[in-house]
Structure formats: structure tokens, C-alpha cells
Unconditional design. Structure first.
Lengths: 273, 265
């Protein structure tokens, strides 16, 4: 989703009805989904294997008061955050290095294209022999997010306005000045997009590390409740994991808006409201 | 005439050199540096390549690789069908969009691998579970991108179609066609996700398949074999992405022509 299509979509959403009516319809949709899930589970599944929502929700509320849920969430978030930070720094540094030198980009582009689609989880069996599971999970997060950041930086660098570069040259801005005043502001919106993309990827891989290798956190908690046959608890944990995802997504959007408060797409959104 | 052919050849050779140069250097470097490796975790590349031939070019290919690929293909195809179909409805009708908004927002951020234990309990161990998990993981990017694409179709195009009184089927086709760049963007993202979900689901609950075999090699300390499996998974990811790119380039030829946008460097 590009920023322009978002602004367009936003304008259309407003044309289609007020924010209040949209909220009401959304709530109706949620209720409909909840009721049909309840009905389907009660009619077709054994409550032991697929518990109805009326059993999951109280369990989820209970989990919210338990320390082990919050420790697990904290661990998952820590792993995701460390991985994200590594990916952001490495992606920006490598992206700027490769993207601003023409021959370097030419020489490396085939290799980057080859390595990007390699799924990062292939690292699990290799690394499990030499690192501990928490470190591997951090690496999984970092590697997956690194590619997204790197390619967004490269796209951003390709988008730099030549006229702006020439203007900067004319007023004798040095290399550093050009990077600070021309290149960086062009790349920043692309980094905002990257940020929005990588938070959910980071959460997904942090949880996967727990599922596959038993790295402490939400994934491990989900898998162990599955193994111990505590299925209602497992469904409640999955439900809450989605909640963590929503919270992360909102945080990323907020950060993006803060970071890009000067950008046209963001400004227009604020002005409309 | 002649010179232009020579120049073309030179240009081709240069492009090939640029594309292959670094990979060849890296591969040779790995080969040479690992040649005398005595570290059991980092076997010489020559042994990995040897193991690659022994392991994957045998009946293992039919027993483990083919079932994995079949699951991937079926799950991904199901995700495409459902994603484009539902995405079209969501993008076209604002009521559907507003009703499903919060639910879609939720499933977009729910990590796909957590569906594995859920479906394991609900459906049981088996091929069906893995297919559903792959489809359920891959469907969201396709659905959301299709909805975005359908919603962003140019108003002028829609009005033109209405003014010409095109039949509604033709109009649906037009809208879908105009949304294909976005559909492809979602489908590309979904391809990576489905590969990951396939491997994870096989690591967690399988008796065959690529993910399972690689984990089994690792647990039995068959290190060169394990490395060869990792190599195969990497090649698979790369190969699938390349095939996808070819299809996309063909399908979106009109788009690049219309917008002058070129996706290569």
C-alpha cells in the first residue's frame, strides 16, 4: 500500500459514510462473527477440542491476571524488539551503502535477489547446533525484517528526485548535507512503510521460535498448553496473541505518523479530521 | 548492423557477468574456505554438495519433496481463490468492508504459525490440517491487497464502463483486471508466507515433507545432509520467487506499458 493510495482510500472512506456509522457496522460485524463461531462450535465440534467463545473469553480474562502470561508476552516482545532494532540499523546502513554506490548495487543485486526469498526459518536447524534458542529467535526476527528494511531503503533511494539533488549541488551542499537534507527525507516514508510491515513479521517469528524450538514466550506457552491438553487455555492465548499484534500495529502506525508528521500524506489525513 | 550485434552481445555478457560475478565468488569462497574444515557443524561444501545428490536425487524426492510441494500448491491455490473472491466483495461493497473491517484487521496481525496448534487440535494431524494452515496463513495478504486494489480502481474507468453500458460481468472483469497489480503484490507476499508455514507445519507435525526431513537430519546429527536440506529450501524459495516474477511480468505487461513503471534496477 503506497501512501497515495492510502490517502485516496481515506477520502473515499469518508465519502462512503461517517466514522461513527463505520464503527457501528464494525461492531455489528464482530458480534455476528462471534455469534456464528459460538453456534458452529456448539453444533459441530466437541467443546473439548474446539471450545466456544463463551468458554474462551473468561479464560482469556483470567490469563490477563496471571503473571506467567505477562512474563511470556514480555519475553516475546523483548526478542521481537531486539531483532527489529538489529534489522533497522543493519538494513539502513547496508541499504545506504549499497544504494548510493552505483556499481555496488549492480554487482550485488543478483545476490540480494537470490537471498531475499530464502525463508529465514531454514536457519533453525543450522543455528540450533551452535546458539541457544533465544538468540536464534532474535536472529530469525532480525534476518526476516532486515530484507524488508533493506529493500524499502533501496526503493526509497531510487525515488530520490534528481532535481532536488542537482539543486543541493548548486547551493554547494556536501555529500553529508545532501544525505541529511535530500536523501534521508525521501527514504523516510519508505522506512515508515517498512516499520509497519516489520512489526507483524517480528511478532510472527518471535512466536514461531517459541512454537518450533520452545524459546520462552507466547509461542512456547501456546505449544505447551496444546501438549498438556489445556485446549481452552490455548485458544485464549491465541486470541490474546492477536491482541498483542493489534497493539504493536497501532504503536507502529503512531510511530510512523510521528516520524512523518511533515509528510503530505500524513498532513492531509490530519487536516481532514 | 554487424557492430550492433556485437555491442548487444557485449552488453549481454556484461549483464551476465554482473549477475553471476558475486554469487560465483561467494560460492567459490565458501568452497575453498570450508575445504579443510574439521568442525562437524560446518562440513566442507564439497561434502554438502555430495550429500545433496545422495539425499535429494533419490526416492526421498518422491517421498518428502513432492508431498511438500503438493501441499504448498494446493494450499496456495485455495488462498488465491478465497482471497481474490472475498477481497473483491470487501473492496467493492462498502457495507461488507465496514462489517468485516475489525475482523480483517485482527487476522492481518495474527501470526500465521499460531494457527498450527489450533488446527492441530480442531482438525487433527494430517494432510488436511497442513493444507488449511498454509491456506489460512497465505489468504490475508491476498485478500487485503485485492480489496485495496478493487477499491482504488479509477472512477473515470468505472464511469466510462457505465456510460458504454457494459454488461455487469464485463464490468466485474474490468475491475478485477485493474486491481491485478495489487493482487499480485499480495500474492507475492503470500507465497513467502505459505512457504514458511509449510516448513513450520512440517517441523511441528509431520511424518514426511521437507521441513520434517531437515529436522530429522539435524536431530540425528547427519550434518552434511541437513545442510543440503537447508540449501534445497533456499533454492526452493528462490525458484518459486523467480517463477512468480515471470508470471507477474507476463500478466502485468499492460500495466508497465501503461504506467511506464519498471520494477527492475
Amino acid at each position: 500500500m503506497t501512501t497515495s493510495s492510502r490517502a485516496q482510500a481515506h477520502a473515499r472512506g469518508l465519502a462512503g459514510g461517517g466514522i461513527a456509522s463505520r464503527r457501528i457496522l464494525g461492531i455489528i460485524g464482530l458480534l455476528l462473527a462471534a455469534v456464528s463461531y459460538e453456534a458452529v462450535t456448539r453444533a459441530f465440534f466437541s467443546p473439548l477440542h474446539v471450545p466456544p467463545l463463551s468458554a474462551i473469553l473468561p479464560r482469556a480474562a483470567e490469563l490477563l491476571t496471571e503473571a506467567r502470561f505477562w512474563t511470556a508476552t514480555g519475553r516475546t516482545l523483548l526478542v521481537a524488539a531486539v531483532g527489529l532494532l538489529i534489522a533497522l540499523v543493519a538494513g539502513v546502513v547496508v541499504g545506504f551503502a549499497v544504494g548510493s554506490v552505483r556499481w555496488l548495487l549492480r554487482v550485488t543485486s543478483s545476490t540480494l535477489d537470490f537471498l531475499r526469498p530464502v525463508p529465514s526459518i531454514v536457519l533453525i536447524p543450522v543455528l540450533v547446533l551452535v546458539l541457544d534458542v533465544a538468540q536464534i529467535t532474535v536472529l530469525l526476527v532480525a534476518v526476516s525484517c532486515f530484507w524488508i528494511v533493506l529493500f524499502q531503503v533501496l526503493y526509497g533511494l531510487r525515488d530520490v528526485d534528481q532535481v532536488a539533488v542537482d539543486t543541493a549541488r548548486t547551493i554547494r551542499l556536501g555529500r553529508l548535507g545532501r544525505i541529511v537534507h535530500v536523501t534521508w527525507p525521501t527514504v523516510l516514508p519508505y522506512l515508515g512503510t517498512a516499520l509497519r510491515l516489520i512489526v507483524s513479521v517480528a511478532l510472527a517469528l518471535a512466536v514461531t521460535g517459541g512454537l518450533v524450538m520452545g524459546a520462552a514466550g507466547l509461542g512456547e506457552l501456546i505449544w505447551s498448553s496444546q501438549e498438556s491438553g489445556e485446549f481452552t487455555g490455548m485458544y485464549a492465548l491465541v486470541l490474546l496473541t492477536g491482541g498483542v499484534g493489534i497493539a504493536l500495529d497501532m504503536a507502529a502506525r503512531l510511530a510512523e505518523r510521528r516520524l512523518l508528521h511533515w509528510h503530505v500524506a500524513t498532513r492531509r489525513e490530519v487536516a481532514v479530521r | 548492423m554487424k557492430t550492433s550485434v556485437v555491442v548487444g552481445l557485449n552488453r549481454g555478457a556484461r549483464a551476465a557477468g554482473l549477475a553471476l560475478g558475486l554469487p560465483v565468488v561467494l560460492f567459490t569462497g565458501w568452497w575453498v574456505l570450508s575445504a579443510d574444515s574439521t568442525n562437524i557443524f560446518l562440513p566442507p561444501l564439497s561434502r554438502i554438495v555430495e550429500a545433496f545428490g545422495q539425499v535429494w536425487l533419490s526416492d526421498v524426492f518422491f517421498r518428502d519433496v513432492l508431498p511438500s510441494l503438493r501441499r504448498l500448491a494446493v494450499g496456495y491455490a485455495a488462498a488465491l481463490l478465497v482471497g481474490v473472491g472475498v477481497g473483491y466483495l470487501v473492496g467493492r461493497w462498502s457495507v461488507v468492508r465496514e462489517l468485516t473491517g475489525p475482523i480483517l484487521a485482527y487476522f492481518r496481525v495474527l501470526p500465521a504459525p499460531v494457527l498450527i496448534p489450533v488446527l492441530l487440535v480442531a482438525v487433527g494431524i494430517g494432510d488436511a490440517t497442513k493444507l488449511i494452515v498454509i491456506a489460512a496463513g497465505a489468504v490475508w495478504p491476498i485478500l487485503l491487497n485485492t480489496a485495496d486494489g478493487v477499491r482504488a480502481v479509477d472512477d473515470v474507468q468505472l464511469d466510462t464502463a457505465a456510460a458504454y453500458r457494459l454488461r455487469s460481468w464485463t464490468r466485474h472483469g474490468l475491475i478485477l483486471r485493474a486491481a491485478t497489480p495489487q493482487v499480485f503484490a499480495g500474492a507475492r507476499q503470500a507465497l513467502g508466507i505459505s512457504l514458511i508455514v509449510m516448513v513450520v507445519s512440517e517441523m511441528l507435525m509431520s511424518t514426511d515433507g521437507l521441513g520434517f526431513t531437515v529436522i530429522r537430519f539435524q536431530r540425528t546429527f547427519a550434518i552434511p545432509q541437513m545442510w543440503s536440506g537447508v540449501l534445497l529450501l533456499g533454492l526452493l524459495g528462490f525458484g518459486l520467487a523467480k517463477i512468480f516474477e515471470l508470471i507477474e511480468r507476463r500478466a502485468l505487461r499492460w500495466h508497465r506499458g501503461a504506467t511506464g513503471r519498471e520494477e527492475s534496477w
